[in-house]
Design a protein around this ligand. Structure first.
Ligand code: PDD
Length: 287
């Protein structure tokens, strides 16, 4: 049975209930995290916790737990579920407020919701074939560095991609690539790997951070710099990166082949290097 942790209590996931007056429900007033687990161990927990604290701090939502409590909660979730590989979802909203008001009351008690699911490897067929993307105008807000639960634009953009016969959308703001609807974007040009620099336009992806390090160690030239839509269209390889999908190769962009139209050699190489680095990380229990 899948369990959820809701405000200090364990409950079957299907039985978990929140008040409709929760500000998360009424205003999307909350933040979240998604943390991968491999072989029953948290991966890169430290950076994920730091990002959660960044999201809480930036939104002024009280952090309801100490670092150790967060870790304990995640470890208990892992222990209570059978899967070796999991992804933990943590959500903190500003809490329940009896009277609907955009302005939050002082001293609200944050709502904490956490559960875990099986993390299945990405389908081999998808890895072989790659995915198709469109570019779309980034219609989101200007604080995409915050992992906010307010994901309506991301949902609409994903639907827009599907309506166009694609798997996902790569978002463009003022002519520059920001990120995917739930991922960061990397491009390969020759031996060079580039990704947009961290700022308020995109989420500081943990997979992004680790992959950049792995790429540097593998001897690739790595650049964190603005990428124009034109450069994106001419790239040899395009990848979407996230905790649940690792790096996905994009083989078609707006109906045109990316590079040779199949998952590229640098992606193949870096994917292996990423797995090796992750294994090493897990062995050293390095966080
Ligand atoms: N999303 N950018 C956005 C907008 C994201 O939603 C995500 C991850 C990322 C990649 O971050 P990371 O590498 O830390 O997973 C970038 C998660 C997986 C989700 O919403 O389910």
């Amino acid at each position: 049975m899948q369990l959820a942790w809701l405000n200090g209590e364990w409950t079957p996931l299907e039985a978990a209930r929140i008040s409709p007056l929760d500000r998360g429900f009424l205003f999307g007033d909350g933040v979240y995290e998604v943390i991968p687990v491999y072989r029953r161990r948290l991966f890169a927990f430290g950076p994920h916790l730091e990002r959660l604290k960044h999201s809480l701090g930036a939104t002024g939502i009280a952090n309801p737990h100490t670092d150790e409590e967060w870790r304990r909660l995640c470890e208990t979730l892992i222990e209570r579920h059978p899967w070796d590989d999991q992804f933990i979802y943590l959500q903190v909203t500003r809490g329940v407020q009896p009277k609907r008001d955009h302005l939050p009351d002082d001293c609200l008690v944050p709502t904490v919701f956490a559960y875990t699911s099986e993390l299945k490897p990405v389908d081999e067929a998808i890895l072989k074939k790659g995915i198709r993307c469109i570019t779309a105008e980034d219609i989101r807000w200007q604080r995409c560095d915050i992992k906010a639960i307010t994901l309506l634009p991301n949902v609409m953009l994903k639907m827009q991609a599907r309506a166009a016969g694609a798997d996902d959308a790569i978002l463009i703001r003022n002519g520059l690539v920001s990120e995917g609807t739930a991922s960061n974007v990397m491009i390969v040009e020759g031996d060079r790997l580039s990704t947009p620099p961290l700022d308020h336009a995109l989420l500081g992806g943990i997979t992004r951070q680790i992959l950049l390090q792995v790429a540097r160690e593998a001897g690739l030239e790595v650049r964190e710099e603005a990428i124009t839509e034109k450069r994106l269209a001419q790239a040899d390889e395009i990848w979407l990166t996230s905790s649940t999908k690792e790096a996905l190769p994009v083989v078609v962009l707006n109906g045109e082949p990316v590079g040779t139209g199949i998952p590229g050699p640098i992606w193949q190489r870096l994917r292996q290097a990423f797995h090796a680095a992750r294994e090493q990380w897990m062995e050293q229990n390095h966080e």
